[in-house]
Design a protein around this ligand. Structure first.
Ligand SMILES: Cc1cc2nc3c(=O)[nH]c(=O)nc-3n(C[C@H](O)[C@H](O)[C@H](O)COP(=O)(O)O)c2cc1C
Length: 189
């Protein structure tokens, strides 16, 4: 008979002294390793990484999930691994995802703000917040803009945005200066 469980934990990355590219590369490697292995082990779930913290939900047969959690506890890429939940479930929430990487987006930040949490630190998530977060992640499956599967993709989008912002400000300032010079030359100032 099937003995499905869902296990949720929080942890802190040990590689946060690396530069941002290397950090995201490490998270990317963890996800690739997890996805390949979870397919073999019949495990599904989601992984979030933000503010140097991991939040992961694992689903599957009890023996497989417990064996994975034992390996995860031994993994030196993170520390302060706190078990938040281990519950029997009748069905999986994330049955299509061998291990989906979820960006901590504006929606998740709104949930945190509502709970008066200023940062993404899942060690302090309450049970109802975890429940709501998992449901919201599940619901994101149906949204047209699906979460990116790779933190490297996420990083390149962030970098692209941060490269654009200063150049837009510069263009705006140059335009304003040009208008002021034109007004001064025209004798309006
Ligand atoms: C945050 C984090 C999440 C991980 N998630 C998984 C996972 O979902 N599945 C998995 O097989 N390994 C995962 N790993 C990697 C395991 O800790 C472990 O390195 C891997 O399963 C290989 O174990 P082995 O070398 O003992 O075979 C994760 C590691 C970290 C740091």
């Amino acid at each position: 008979m099937s003995d499905l469980i869902r296990l949720v934990y929080a942890s802190k990355a040990t590689f946060c002294d690396q530069h941002v590219g290397a950090r995201h590369q490490t998270v990317d490697e963890i996800i690739r390793q997890a996805q390949a292995r979870n397919i073999q082990d019949g495990i599904t779930g989601v992984l979030c990484f933000d503010n140097g913290c991991f939040f992961q939900a694992l689903e599957g047969e009890r023996d497989a999930v417990e064996a994975l959690y034992d390996r995860i506890l031994e993994d030196d890429r993170h520390q302060e691994v706190w078990l938040l939940w281990k519950r029997p479930v009748v069905q999986r929430l994330f049955d299509k995802w061998s291990m989906k990487y979820i960006n901590v987006d504006a929606y998740i930040h709104r949930l945190l703000t509502r709970e008066r949490l200023t940062k993404f630190d899942p060690h302090h998530f309450s049970d109802p917040l975890i429940e709501e977060l998992l449901r919201a992640i599940k619901a994101s499956e149906a949204r047209p803009e699906t979460p990116l599967t790779s933190p490297v993709q996420w990083l390149s989008r962030q970098e692209a945005q941060s490269r654009w912002q200063p150049s837009l400000i510069l263009t705006g300032l140059t335009g304003m200066i040009a208008v002021l010079i034109a007004l001064a030359l025209g004798g309006f100032l």
